[in-house]
Structures are given as C-alpha cells and as structure tokens.
Design a protein. Structure first.
Lengths: 109, 114
C-alpha cells in the first residue's frame, strides 16, 4: 500500500515546548521520508528528510526519529516558536511521493 | 534562479470550461508531480511523470489531463469533467535516484469556478 498515516490533525503547543508529529506507513519499499512545512497560501517547503538506514537525524531544532521495524517516523520540534506555526506534512517515496494528511501546528505565547 | 514556477497564481474558470495550469522547472529534475489541496486536507496526487513522454495517474486523476513533452514542463488541464475543481493546485519536481531525492514545490495555483 502507498498510504501514509499522520497524527495528530492539529496541535497546540506553548512557546518553548516540544512539538511532536507522528507518521506511519505500510509499504516497506519506501526509500526516503521527508517532512514539509507549509504556510497559508504557499507551497510546501522541504524541512528535513531521512533515509531508512538512519534512526535519527537532527537539523537545528528539528529532529526526525525513524523506527524501521515499527514502520513509524516522527518529527520533533524543540523549543517551539510562534514562527513555527504552520501545517506540517510527512511524506514517503516509493515510485511516487505520498503525503500524510497534515498537522496544523499552532505555537502560543 | 533555479526553481519551479507555477502560473497563474489565481485562475477563475466558468462552468464547462477547460483550463490549463502551467508548471515549469529548471532544476533538471526527471520527476514531476501535480497535487490537489483542499482546505484542511492533505495533498492528493493527480498525475506524476518520471520521464519525458510518460506519465501515470495518481489517486484522483479523473477529470484531469497532463502532458510531458519537455523535461522542464508538465502542464495540467482541468477539464469540464472535473465536477469540483475549486482547489489549490501544487506542482512539484524531484529526482528519481538515491542521490537526488528532494522534491521542490511551486507556489501553487488557486483555481476557482465561478
């Protein structure tokens, strides 16, 4: 199957807190797992990505954790800021790029 | 500048008309994609192409058509057969090999049926 399941649908976090978004997949042929950030009226922008031979990747405040055996991966945003308020999509690539349904993150002061 | 360009940014269509959305990239990417985004929903794949003169249907291809005559161009036509075309349309391009995996999106075209 090509489906990617993403949760939660929406998330409210206090400034300075940790935002966690989870994704799960079924297709073991997926070979690349990116996360995208989208602001209203704009196209999604690549945030961070991981390959299945790595369990964790960190770039600044953003970390992907990848559990190959469980077929799950998650995005952690440390020290969340109001500017992080956006919609986040996980994705997985097989013969095409398949997206999760998105998480609307709001970081409150 | 290298990137992916969608035009127009806003498009209005009358009932029964076909309209074509443009997508051009100068990133030398083999793969190109069209997605549809509805409010509060994820990105749903309409069509994709991994090589010139070849393309495949995505999850919601009915009422849409595409062509890939050139590597840098992947126009999408929304036909009159598409019953609910009002949406935000996103084009993306990316590599197909292990070493070139990022997919880049255009800024989108918002189509409204009037």
């Amino acid at each position: 199957q090509q489906q990617v399941k993403q949760s939660p649908q929406s998330l409210i976090v206090q400034k300075g807190g940790i935002s966690i978004i989870n994704c799960a997949y079924e297709n073991t042929a997926f070979d690349y797992f990116p996360w995208y950030q989208q602001f209203p009226g704009k196209g999604p922008a690549l945030l961070i990505a991981i390959r299945p031979d790595v369990s964790e990747k960190k770039e600044g405040r953003f970390t992907i954790s990848f559990n190959k055996s469980a077929k799950q991966f998650s995005l952690h945003i440390m020290d969340s800021q109001p500017g992080d308020s956006a919609t986040y999509f996980c994705a997985a690539r097989g013969n095409k790029l398949t997206f999760g349904t998105g998480t609307q993150l709001k970081v409150e002061l | 500048d290298g990137g992916i360009t969608q035009s127009p940014k806003y498009l209005f269509r009358k009932e029964g008309q076909n309209v074509t959305l443009s997508c051009e990239q100068n990133l030398n990417h083999d793969a190109m994609y069209w997605y549809r985004q509805d409010p509060g929903q994820g990105l749903r794949l309409i069509y994709y192409s991994q090589i010139v003169n070849d393309f495949q249907k995505g999850d919601i291809a009915e009422g849409y058509s595409v062509s890939r005559e050139k590597k840098e161009s992947f126009p999408l036509t929304v036909t009159s057969a598409q019953k609910n075309p009002t949406a935000f349309y996103l084009c993306a391009s990316g590599g197909t090999g292990w070493a070139n995996t990022e997919a880049f999106f255009g800024q989108g075209t918002r189509l409204t049926v009037v």
